[in-house]
Design a protein around this ligand. Structure first.
Ligand SMILES: [Zn+2]
Length: 227
């Protein structure tokens, strides 16, 4: 038996139609999808409204529940963190990016935990499991901070390295020349450590910044000489 779809006018065998209805399967699934999207929005709005109207009660209930089950909640959080540390580091970084208005274009597969859990900057053993954060916790660091969380600009380092990397250190531009006026520059701890440990591909990311910095130092030295 053949039927006509009241939506798209399809004239075809009833196999292509919803049983006992004059609407084809294609149109029906389309309508279904739209309906589900609408319901989703509705549910979102209604739960938002519910939260707004019952804010105090919900807060009180959550607080009490947390108080009574603190240990088990923390335990389960810790175990899920240690099972999948990257997932949580990723979420933390996303939060920081939003807070500091930085670009966030990385996906979780752009990240990898260093081999043997050694911090690439400090060579200290990083903790496998998360929990209370400490110097040994793993964090996602931006190699060039201004670039934000973009692919090829992030790596996993220890929290200690991440916290200290901005402290200034003195570096020799040409190591063999030693610490003489024309051959020194003040660079961050991170830059000083990083340049010995990087692969060429990683170094390339930093190169532009380095060139600019060296040029600045050279001009500065030249100006000093001319005075
Ligand atoms: Zn149809």
């Amino acid at each position: 038996m053949k039927k006509i779809c009241k939506k798209c006018g399809l004239f075809a065998c009833c196999y292509f139609f919803i049983k006992n209805r004059n609407i084809c399967k294609k149109c029906h699934s389309k309508r279904d999808k739209i309906y589900r999207e609408k319901q989703k929005e509705k549910r979102k709005l209604s739960s938002k409204r519910y939260y707004k109207n019952n804010k105090e009660i919900i807060k009180y209930k959550t607080k009490t529940y947390y108080k009574c089950n603190k240990e088990s909640i923390l335990n389960s959080l810790q175990s899920s963190r240690s099972k999948n540390p990257l997932k949580y580091m990723y979420a933390d970084a996303k939060y920081r990016a939003k807070k500091n208005d930085l670009p966030f274009l990385i996906k979780i597969y752009d990240l990898s935990i260093p081999k043997d859990f050694l911090c690439p900057l400090l060579k200290i053993l990083m903790r496998r499991c998360a929990g209370n954060s400490s110097d040994n916790s793993m964090t996602i660091d931006r190699i060039v901070p201004e670039k934000g969380y973009v692919p090829n600009n992030v790596w996993v380092v220890s929290r200690k390295a991440n916290a200290n990397y901005n402290s200034p250190t003195l570096d020799r531009i040409i190591p063999d020349k030693g610490y003489v006026p024309d051959n020194i520059m003040v660079v961050s701890f991170k830059a000083n450590t990083i340049k010995n440990n990087l692969y060429i591909s990683e170094m390339k990311v930093l190169l532009d910044n380095w060139k600019k910095k060296i040029q600045e130092i050279k001009t500065e030295n030249q100006n000093r000489k001319n005075k």
